[in-house]
Design a protein around this ligand. Structure first.
Ligand SMILES: [Zn+2]
Length: 282
């Protein structure tokens, strides 16, 4: 599933390719993804130019010259491919939405599981849209600071890992980077939020921003090569410290020398898998 760093990487790729290139036509190859395509999609997009590409949580926002914004969410398995101008392209089975640009480039949205979303909204009204109005601050923005984070954790009794996935507290951390941040902060994922000391809160805050920035950098470094990967953007190899490493020793403590039970463990919290090192995370 694309997480915030992948979505940020896709936004970076789109900025390099489709800005200021008028939309000649669009093609909807089915009626819906997770929600139906809006009936006005063709009218909202045809002839318009994308002036800005932004990200809010895991939504890609493409602002148009007519005061509307094209919103794309990649869901579980969505991918965006940008073809080169003049390159012929035969749509594949799971290509559900294609934008033709005047330059001859195409944006192809592919999504085998169809949990993604594509819709348009007035740019000015976006913050009030039901997808956005309850969202907390961006984790890499100045709106997410240690005072805010400490206040939010202090009033919650839920496990801290679960709280990191609460989009009203902070958006877009996601399951993978919640596990990684707790690991680097040395905090057990089942700890109640209000049991964290101020120092632990600060360490977790730094770890969240660190793991997201490192992942975005990793995505950015693969982005240079996006053309060599058939135009596929936003997916990159990343070595996780604990995520999906059950039974393996982690690299930053001596759990590798102890019994297998002390190595990276997996538990399920609120229906999501949590990976952690019981030696390092207390
Ligand atoms: Zn360890």
């Amino acid at each position: 599933m694309p997480e915030l760093p992948e979505v940020e990487t896709v936004c970076g790729g789109l900025r390099q390719t489709i800005l200021d290139d008028p939309i000649a036509d669009i093609c909807q190859r089915r009626a819906d993804l997770r929600i139906p395509f809006p009936a006005t999609l063709q009218d909202d997009l045809n002839g318009q130019t994308i002036t800005h590409i932004r990200r809010r949580s895991k939504y890609i926002l493409a602002d148009l010259t007519n005061g509307k914004t094209l919103v794309i969410h990649l869901g579980m398995s969505g991918r965006i491919l940008i073809t080169e101008a003049g390159q012929s392209y035969t749509p594949q089975k799971h290509d559900h939405f294609i934008v033709d640009f005047r330059s001859g480039r195409k944006l192809v949205y592919t999504d085998p599981r169809r949990f993604g979303m594509i819709f348009t909204e007035d740019t000015d009204a976006l913050d009030d849209h039901k997808a956005f109005r309850h969202l907390g601050p961006e984790p890499l923005s100045n709106h997410f600071d240690t005072d805010y984070f400490h206040q939010q954790l202090r009033k919650r009794k839920t496990p801290v890992k679960t709280a990191l996935l609460d989009q009203e507290l902070v958006v877009g951390i996601g399951n993978i980077y919640a596990c990684e941040a707790l690991y680097f902060a040395g905090i057990h994922p089942a700890r109640p939020c209000n049991s964290l000391s101020r120092d632990e809160t600060d360490a977790l805050y730094r770890a969240i921003r660190h793991v997201l920035r490192i992942a975005i950098e990793a995505g950015g470094s693969t982005l240079k090569d996006y053309k060599h990967a058939d135009g596929q953007m936003g997916y990159f190899q990343f070595q996780f410290a604990v995520y999906d490493q059950e039974g393996k020793p982690c690299k930053n403590c001596d759990c590798g020398q102890t019994s297998k039970e002390d190595r990276v463990q997996k538990i399920v919290q609120s229906g999501r898998s949590t990976y952690f090192c019981a030696t390092k995370q207390v």
